[in-house]
Design a protein around this ligand. Structure first.
Ligand SMILES: [Zn+2]
Length: 445
C-alpha cells in the first residue's frame, strides 16, 4: 500500500492547518495534527512518505469546462487567420482549413495543450470535438486521447456540430454517430444555424439524443450579441421537462449580456428550477463579441454575477489556445478567473473569497462529477497547491499552482525560489517557501 502524509495544508473553510493522509490514491483522513491522532490510534506512520506543503492553500483541482482541443495551435495555419475577429469568420476559417486533419496531428497538438493546462492545475477538461466532418477525425483523435491520458486528466468530449446540425449536410446524424462512438455529451450551435427554426429543431434533437443515449448536454448557446437569440430558454425548458437539467450546460450565452431585464427575470425562475449549468469563456468572448458595435461596445459575456446571485451554477473555460477564434490562451485558469471577476464586476470581499469556486466545485457541477470530486475522506486524492496562504491571496496574486497531485501521485512540483540580495525583495516576496519531503514530522507523533 502506498501511503503519503501531506502536512501543513490550508483548506478553505477550516481555521487551522490541516494534514491529509492518502492511502492508495484516496484521502483516508483529513484533519489537524494527524500524526498525533494517528499515533493515538496505533497507526504505523513510519511507512508513510511525508510532504510538507508549507502552509499553502490546497484546493481541489481546476476544471476547464469549455475547451476545443482539436483546434489548438492552428491560428497561424495558412488560410486560418481571422481578420475580422468575429466568431463567424472563425467558423468559416476553420471550415476552410480542416480538410487535412489527421488523428495523429490532432492528438499531438491536443497533448501539448493538455500538458499546458495541467501545469496550471487543471485535472478536469470538457472539450468539444467538431463532428461536422464525415471522417470524424477530431472525435476519433480525442476519444483515443481521453483513454490514453485518463490517469493524468479527466477528459469529457462533446460531439459538437461546429457547422450546424441542420445547416451542415447530415450534421445531426454525425452528432448521433459521435455518441455511438463514445462521446460524453451532445453538442449544438443553434445561433449559427441558417434560421431560427433550424436552431429550435436542433434544441429538440439535442435533448432527445441525450435522453436516448443517456449522455450529458453542452450547447454553444446564443454566442452572439443579438438579444433576440434566446435558445437558452428553449434548451432549459426542454431539459427540465425531461428531468435532465442538471446534466445540461449552456455555454457562452453572450446574448444575455444584451437582453433586457424583463426577459432575464422570467428566465431566472426557469433556470433555477431546471438546475441547468452555464459555462462562460470570458477572454474569448470579450475578444469576439461587440464586433458589430461602434461605441458603446458591449463586453460580450453572459450575466455571471446575476446568474450566481440567483443560485445558478456558472463555471469557466479557456475555450481556445491559438486557434482561428482567439490567438492567445495558455491554459492558465487563474487568468480566466481574473478576467471574469473584472468583466462581471464581482469584487465584494465575499465574492473574491468565493471566486475559486468558479474554477473548482462549479466546474465539477457542470461536468456532473460532484460525487467523485473534492477534498473529502474516501474520494480520489486529487488536489492542487497554490502559492498563496488563503483564498483571497490566491486571487489577489493570480497565484501560481506549485504542485498538482492526482490519485496520490505528484504530477509536478514547481520550483518557486526567488534568488535576491535586495532586502526589500527578500522581505516581501512570498514565494520560495519550500514544499519539502521529510521525516521530521514523524518525530512529532
Ligand atoms: Zn466553444
Amino acid at each position: 500500500m502506498t501511503v503519503t502524509l501531506f502536512t501543513n495544508a490550508i483548506l478553505r473553510g477550516r481555521p487551522q492547518p490541516q494534514d491529509m493522509l492518502v492511502e492508495d490514491g484516496r484521502f483516508r483522513m483529513i484533519g489537524p495534527d494527524l500524526p498525533a491522532t494517528l499515533a493515538a490510534q496505533g497507526y504505523d506512520l513510519t511507512r508513510a512518505a511525508v510532504v510538507d506543503l508549507g502552509g499553502r492553500l490546497v484546493s481541489a483541482p481546476f476544471c476547464d469546462t469549455h475547451l476545443h482541443l482539436d483546434y489548438v495551435f492552428t491560428s497561424r495555419k495558412p488560410g486560418a487567420a481571422n481578420t475580422s475577429g468575429t466568431l463567424f469568420e472563425g467558423i468559416q476559417r476553420w471550415g476552410e482549413t480542416k480538410a487535412d486533419l489527421t488523428v495523429d496531428e490532432v492528438k499531438a497538438r491536443a497533448r501539448r495543450a493538455v500538458a499546458m493546462e495541467m501545469r496550471h492545475g487543471v485535472q478536469y477538461i470538457r472539450t468539444h470535438a467538431d463532428v461536422t466532418d464525415p471522417q470524424l477525425t477530431s472525435l476519433r483523435a480525442l476519444l483515443e486521447l481521453r483513454e490514453e491520458l485518463a490517469d493524468l486528466v479527466t477528459i469529457q468530449i462533446v460531439a459538437f456540430p461546429q457547422e450546424g446540425m441542420y445547416s451542415y449536410p447530415g450534421g445531426a446524424g454525425l452528432v448521433e454517430e459521435g455518441l455511438r462512438m463514445g462521446a460524453d455529451c451532445v453538442g449544438a450551435i443553434p445561433h449559427y444555424e441558417a434560421c431560427r427554426e433550424f436552431g429550435e429543431r436542433s434544441m429538440h434533437t439535442t435533448v432527445e439524443l441525450a435522453s436516448r443515449y443517456g449522455r450529458l448536454i453542452d450547447v454553444h448557446c446564443d454566442e452572439t450579441d443579438d438579444p433576440n437569440s434566446r435558445f437558452v430558454e428553449l434548451l432549459a425548458a426542454l431539459a427540465h421537462a425531461e428531468g435532465i437539467g442538471a446534466m445540461t450546460t449552456a455555454s457562452h450565452t453572450c446574448s444575455l449580456g444584451s437582453a433586457d431585464d424583463s426577459y432575464f427575470f422570467h428566465l431566472t425562475k426557469l433556470l433555477r428550477n431546471s438546475r441547468m449549468n452555464f459555462a462562460c469563456a470570458p477572454t474569448e468572448n470579450l475578444y469576439l463579441q461587440g464586433r458589430q458595435d461602434t461605441f458603446p461596445k458591449r463586453r460580450g459575456i453572459t450575466r455571471v454575477k446575476e446568474l450566481t446571485d440567483a443560485g445558478v451554477n456558472v463555471s469557466l473555460g479557456q475555450d481556445s489556445m491559438q486557434d482561428p477564434w482567439y490567438p492567445l490562451g495558455n491554459g492558465n485558469m487563474m487568468i480566466i478567473l481574473d478576467y471574469v471577476l473584472h468583466l462581471a464586476q464581482m469584487m465584494t470581499p465575499p465574492e473574491i473569497d468565493r471566486a475559486l469556486d468558479l474554477l473548482t466545485v462549479n466546474g465539477a457541477t457542470t461536468m456532473h462529477l460532484r460525487d467523485v470530486y473534492g477534498i473529502e475522506e474516501g474520494r480520489p486524492a486529487n488536489f492542487v497547491v497554490l502559492d498563496a496562504h488563503d483564498a483571497f491571496g490566491a486571487v489577489y496574486a493570480r497565484a501560481d499552482v506549485v504542485m498538482s497531485v492526482r490519485a496520490g501521485r505528484t504530477l509536478f512540483r514547481a520550483v518557486t525560489d526567488v534568488a535576491t540580495s535586495v532586502p526589500l525583495l527578500a522581505d516581501h516576496l512570498t514565494g520560495g517557501l519550500p514544499i519539502a519531503d521529510g521525516t521530521e514530522l514523524l518525530a512529532r507523533a
